[in-house]
Every structure is written in structure tokens, then in C-alpha cells.
Design a protein around this ligand. Structure first.
Ligand code: ADP
Ligand code: MG
Length: 689
């Protein structure tokens, strides 16, 4: 069995299962092996009722006491029961399981496992799983992998398939040398892949994870640094010099640039007119005003007779940039002729846009990934700007760059990365930092609370809407994904919006927005929100990047414990963008002390860089599973914050290799060379290895 073998070859996988796997983008056995578990379920030893910790998933061995109580709410059947041991009692609630009234016998002992909640002064579990003592004994202390699923595909089906692959698949040979493994304390590849799926204990899981994360970082850094050598030598094909246009534009702007914006703008002007091609990253906290600096650079490019492109990670953001730029164009009579190109435009619109781009009629092109598709031909592309670049990854950046004859590259990121890490991760770019917010901002007021605060939060939102403001509510999931095991259920956009419609006064308009919607619908909803015909937007983190609706003053985040602090800070950046006082409400579904402490860091600071470094200090690899920052750099598993030590190690290993054998000529390095070549096969500039 090869990596490319279709999963149809596996026993028990027919066409129906194949289609389900395809939804998760799993087609081959290789894909399946790389679909690492999302997290692991640990079946801890049962504890006494008095030791149950609210907010945690626990198991308890207790006897049914008292008389069951049945209720109906619409279609829902609710069964309340009580269980007790010598240390206390516990309320149990089951939904749509009326038969349990008979199965669970009064006085009988059972093992219940679920999320512990508090209900008044009592502890409670909703929909706990029920086991016999023997059954549970077999599971105790094992780490059971939990995979990302889709409706119809169960966790045990995925487990079975992975097991089959592990027993049949001929693993690729180890590509790290003995020395690399030794120096970096890494376990062999095969062992790592087997262990990540079926760990025998926690320590070996961490070792497996470390190996896989190391590989990801190593590969990324090696290719990036090879590329740096390549791009540093590029001469400036387009000398772009200051014209009266930018100066006039700055005079007409309703606000002066901050000192930090001025400094960065000066650095860019110097690059554009200098001897070498620009390769620059602008880092600046959310709301620090990066867009205007990019607009200046694009304007200057157009004024010099060239084309500039601005690529955003989402259509919503691309359209917002397009509108901003159009507004500037008409207001200040600029040399811009902007054109928009996004995937959801129809064939005719796209064709027109492409024609304007290739004829040079449009000198400013704004869009999404659509900008780097092959069909687009540029006329004189001299500047390629990517916004929120971490969403793209090096390869896509390179692709846009490959469109012109080595255009200048400017990337903008709001991901607050501590400087030591930025130097490693952005080693191929010069760094400009906007470390100052415009003066007119009122700091956002924050609160971190548990779910019992919800009614007050809704009243507060209703009050703000009455004043003419708008609000966002963020949920971690799109629709009920039946997390099931352990009873940990997360809030989802679709059900939540319904709940909110019932909880808020009828005249308040509530709408949802999430990544599974059609682009045209997303666009419509965002437009309606910007036009204020929607008051409250319930959304997943699709709104996290870049959206600018200054009239929104409340950001409420459900299951805030599921997000990294840096990501929560990004979400917070969606409010506080206008002159009005803004508020952030972080609702934690877990009452664990560490979780609350971690979230409270957000209360104390509004500075993204400070938050990121605090997050870094607090989180060890132990807390990794489940929380992830927003997928920066599209690493599959590695997290630049909590895996920072591994990132540094990989960086040193790359340096060593580049010093000793940069072209990977030594016999020992041949497997590594083949592996890296394969990894870079789709990218433009790395072929020279
Ligand atoms: P980000 O850095 O997060 O991309 P934006 O560029 O979207 O931030 O800017 C946020 C808001 O701040 C915009 O409405 C923009 O017009 C405004 N802004 C930018 N620079 C200044 C400034 N120097 N003074 C006042 N407002 C500014
Ligand atoms: Mg932005």
C-alpha cells in the first residue's frame, strides 16, 4: 500500500464512506495518516462526588437515589434523576432518553461520565455517558484519539481505518539523519506517526508530537531560508519614486498619520526607490492603521505608471478594501483605477476584470486567491501587497510574486508575534512595526465571566442596540457537531442565533455568518451589517480578520476558553474602531481556575504583543490539544506560540544544515533532499534545490 492509494482499498470503506472522508479532504491513505487526532479523550479514574470539579469532564461511581422527574418542552423529553455516594449528591439530566427511567434502577450503582456543572448549590451532569464498572475499568487511563468528523462518520470508523493503514502501509524511510535525531531528541518518524494516532501514554504522545512539529517547522524554515538567499539578490526592476499624489492625499486625509505610520511609510518609500526589490512585513496590532500605509504604497506605484495588487484572505475583507479604495478614489480624485477580482463573481464579471488587468486599464487590483490563479495576466505588476499574510503561507505569497517580474512584496500582519519568534518566522522579510494606535481611540472595556452572566449580557446588548450600536457574538462551531463524548458541547452559530432571537426584543435583527455559507450570502450579510440593517451578527471566527465596522461596539465570545489569547485579541480588535466606548464580553464555558486566569490576561492588557508573550509563558504543551491559535502559517500541528522551543530548535538545525551542506549533496542527506523536494514540488522558486 502506497501513500497515494485510495482509501477505497481499505476494508469497510465503500463509496458512501469515501464521500464522507472526501468532505474532510481525505482521499488517500496518506491523507488519512496526516489527519491527526483533534485531541484525546482520557478516561480518568472515577472520583467521589465531593471531588467533582465544575467545568471538567469527570467520572463518578454513584447510586441512583430519589424519584425520577419527567418533563416535556416541545419535542424535548427531559428526565431528571439524582445520584449519590457517601460524600454527596449529584443531579443528572437526560434528554430524549425516557427509557432510562426504567434501566437505571433506584439503589443501583452506575458509572457516570460527563462535564460537571453547578446548578444552584448542587453539582450536575447533563447527558452523561453511562458505563458498568467493568466496562469503565477497561478504558481507564487510556488515551483515546478523537478525530475531526462529519455527519455520518463516527470516531470508531476513523479509528478502524487508521489502524488498518498503520498495519498495511509501507512507511517512507526515515529522512532525518541519526545525528539530527540525536541532537534534537527526536523519535523516529514511523514511531511518531503510530504514536500520534494511538499513544500508549502521555509522555510518548508528547514525544511523537514533538517529532511531527519539528518536521513541519524544519521544512518550512529550510525552504524559506533557501528562498531568502534567492530573493535577496533580486535587483529593483521598478524604481518607484514619490509623486505629488501621495503628498496631496496625505494632506487631504481627515487625520494625520501617527508617528509609527510615518516611520513605516518612510521605510517603504526608501525600499521602493532603492537598489533591491522590496521584501517587507508590516506588523501592527489590530486597529493600528496598516491599510492606509498599504494604500499609500499602492497609490505611489500607480502614480509611477505601474500596477499594484492587494490580496486579502477572505472575500469579505477583499470587498471591504475595494470599497475603501474606491471611496478614496472618488473623494480625492486619484490616479487609481481599481478593479475587484474574487471567486464568487460570475464568469462574465471575472472575464471583464481580467481584461482590464491584462490591458493595464486597471492599475490597482484587489481580490482574494483569485488574484494568483493562472488565468490572470498582469500588465506591469510592480507591487504585490498581501493583507493578514499568515493566512496565506509562503507558497501563495511566492505565487503572487511570480506573476510579475519580481515585483516588490509588502505583507501586513496583525498577528502579534514576539520579536524573537518574528525573526525566525519572517526571516525572509524586513520588519516594520507600527507600535502605536491612533490617538482618538478609547480603550475597549472587557469582562471575563461564566455562562450564568448571559442574561445580563443580552440585556446589555439590547441596550447598546437601542442606542443605535451593533454587536458581534462569536461561537466556535457552525452547527451542532454533536461533540458527544464527555458531554462537552460547544455553542454553534446556527442554534445560537435562534436562541438569541428568542432572548432579545423582537425588533432587534439577528443574523448569522459562517464559513460554510455561499460567498454571495456572506457578502450580503456583511453588507447588511455594515449598512446597519442587521443589529447583532452571530458568527464564527470568519469575522476575525480585518473587518472594519466602526459602529459595532460589543463583542461577545462564547466558549472563549476554546480560543487562544492572541485570537481573542484579534476578535476584540473588531470593536473600538469608532469614537464610541466599546465592550468585550468573554464567556467561559469552563470554570476551571487556570482557564479563568488565562482569560483574565485580556482584562489587564490591550496590547497584542504583551498578550501573546503572556500566553506563551502560561501554556505548556500539555494544554495544547483543543486550543489552537488561528492556524497561522497553515501548520498542521505546530503552534508557533506554545511550540516556540521546538521552533527555535528547528531553526538552529536548519542553520547548521545550511552551513554544512546547503545543497544537500552528502550521501546521508539524500533521503532528506528527496523529502524536501517533494514538499516543495508545487512551489515556484524552490526548484533549484
Ligand atoms: P488594521 O491595522 O487593523 O488593518 P485599519 O487599517 O483597518 O487597521 O484601520 C482602522 C481604522 O483606523 C480605520 O477606520 C482607519 O481609517 C483609521 N485610521 C488609520 N490611521 C489613522 C490615524 N493615523 N488616525 C486616526 N484614524 C486612523
Ligand atoms: Mg487590516
Amino acid at each position: 500500500m502506497e501513500k497515494e492509494t485510495s482509501i477505497m482499498e481499505l476494508k469497510g470503506v465503500g463509496d458512501k464512506t469515501r464521500q464522507l472522508f472526501a468532505k474532510l479532504d481525505i482521499h488517500t491513505v496518506g491523507d488519512l495518516l496526516c489527519a491527526y487526532p483533534r485531541d484525546y479523550e482520557v478516561y480518568g479514574k472515577p472520583v467521589e462526588i465531593s471531588r467533582l470539579v465544575p467545568g471538567e469532564v469527570c467520572a463518578v461511581h454513584a447510586a441512583i437515589s430519589g424519584i425520577p422527574n419527567e418533563k416535556r418542552a416541545g419535542k424535548l423529553h427531559i428526565l431528571n434523576m439524582k445520584a449519590a455516594d457517601s460524600t454527596g449528591s449529584l443531579q443528572l439530566t437526560f434528554y430524549n432518553m425516557p427509557f432510562l427511567k426504567k434501566t437505571l434502577k433506584r439503589g443501583g450503582f452506575y458509572l457516570f461520565r460527563g462535564m460537571v456543572q453547578t446548578r444552584g448549590r448542587e453539582k450536575a451532569m447533563e447527558q452523561p455517558k453511562i458505563f458498568s464498572l467493568e466496562e469503565y475499568g477497561r478504558l481507564t487511563d487510556r488515551l483515546v484519539p478523537r478525530y475531526s468528523l462529519t455527519k455520518g462518520l463516527t470516531n470508531s470508523m476513523v479509528q478502524k481505518c487508521v489502524k488498518q493503514v498503520l498495519s498495511l502501509y509501507e512507511f517512507e524511510p526515515e529522512y532525518c539523519t541519526e545525528r539530527m535525531l540525536g541532537q534534537n531528541c527526536l523519535i523516529p518518524l514511523r514511531q511518531a506517526v503510530e504514536t500520534i494516532h494511538f499513544p500508549s501514554d502521555y509522555d510518548s504522545l508528547l514525544a511523537a508530537r514533538k517529532r511531527l512539529v519539528f518536521d513541519e517547522f524544519f521544512q518550512f524554515l529550510f525552504l524559506m531560508r533557501r528562498n531568502r538567499e534567492f530573493s535577496e539578490q533580486l535587483p529593483n526592476h521598478y524604481r518607484i519614486l514619490e509623486t505629488a499624489h501621495t503628498i496631496r492625499f496625505l494632506e487631504q486625509l481627515p487625520f494625520p498619520l501617527t508617528e509609527a505610520q510615518k516611520r513605516v511609510w518612510a521605510e517603504i518609500r526608501e525600499d521602493l526607490g532603492g537598489a533591491c526589490c522590496m521584501n517587507r512585513l508590516i506588523q501592527g496590532d489590530v486597529g493600528s492603521g496598516k491599510t492606509i500605509v498599504a494604500v499609500l504604497a499602492l497609490l505611489m506605484t500607480a502614480a509611477n505608471g505601474y500596477q499594484g495588487a492587494l490580496m486579502a484572505p477572505t472575500e469579505v475583507l477583499a470587498m471591504q478594501h475595494f470599497e475603501t479604495i474606491q471611496e478614496y478614489t472618488s473623494k480625492y480624485g486619484l490616479v487609481f483605477r481599481p478593479v475587484l477580482l474574487v471567486g464568487s463573481m460570475n464568469a462574465r464579471e471575472k472575464k471583464e476584470a481580467r481584461a482590464m488587468i491584462s490591458s493595464g486599464e486597471a492599475n490597482l487590483v484587489i481580490g482574494t486567491h483569485a488574484l494568483i490563479q493562472e488565468k490572470v495576466e498582469y500588465r506591469r505588476l510592480a507591487l504585490a501587497v498581501t493583507d493578514e499574510q499568515h493566512r496565506f503561507g509562503v507558497r501563495q505569497r511566492e505565487c503572487l510574486a511570480g506573476k510579475g517580474e519580481a515585483p516588490h512584496i509588502l505583507v501586513m500582519s496583525a498577528t502579534p508575534i514576539p520579536r524573537t519568534l518574528a525573526i525566525i518566522l519572517y526571516g525572509d522579510l524586513h520588519l516594520s512595526v507600527i507600535d502605536e494606535l491612533p490617538a482618538n481611540r478609547l480603550p475597549v472595556k472587557n469582562c471575563v465571566v461564566n455562562t450564568s452572566y448571559r442574561p445580563s449580557a443580552y440585556r446589555f446588548i439590547a441596550g447598546e442596540v437601542k442606542k443605535g450600536r451593533q454587536a458581534y457574538v462569536i461561537c466556535p462551531q457552525v452547527e451542532g457537531e454533536g461533540d458527544g463524548e464527555g458531554g462537552v458541547s460547544l455553542e454553534n452559530v446556527v442554534d445560537y442565533a435562534e436562541k438569541l432571537r428568542n432572548a432579545l426584543p423582537r425588533e432587534i435583527q439577528v443574523a448569522c455568518l459562517h464559513g460554510k455559507m455561499r460567498p454571495a450570502d456572506k457578502k450580503r450579510i456583511m453588507e447588511e451589517f455594515a449598512a446597519r440593517s442587521i443589529d447583532v451578527l452571530v458568527s464564527t471566527t470568519v469575522i476575525e480578520v480585518g473587518i472594519n465596522v466602526p459602529n459595532a461596539t460589543v463583542m461577545m465570545v462564547e466558549n472563549a476558553e476554546r480560543f487562544g489569547l492572541a485570537q481573542l485579541h484579534q476578535l476584540r480588535g473588531r470593536v473600538g474602531r469608532g469614537g464610541d466606548q466599546s465592550y468585550c464580553i468573554f464567556i467561559s464555558g469552563s470554570e476551571k481556575q487556570e482557564t479563568m486566569d488565562r482569560l483574565k490576561i485580556l482584562n489587564r492588557s490591550n496590547d497584542g504583543f504583551h498578550i501573546a508573550s503572556e500566553d506563551l509563558k502560561l501554556r505548556g504543551p500539555g494544554e495544547l490539544f483543543g486550543i489552537r491559535q488561528s492556524g497561522e502559517f497553515s501548520f498542521r500541528m505546530g503552534d508557533i506560540y506554545s511550540d516556540a522551543p521546538v521552533l527555535k530548535q528547528a531553526s538552529e538545525a536548519v542553520d547548521l544544515l545550511l552551513r554544512e551542506d546547503p545543497d544537500l549533496q552528502e550521501a546521508d542527506h539524500q533521503p532528506l533532499r528527496r523529502h524536501l523536494l517533494e514538499a516543495s514540488a508545487n512551489s515556484v522558486d524552490f526548484r533549484s534545490i
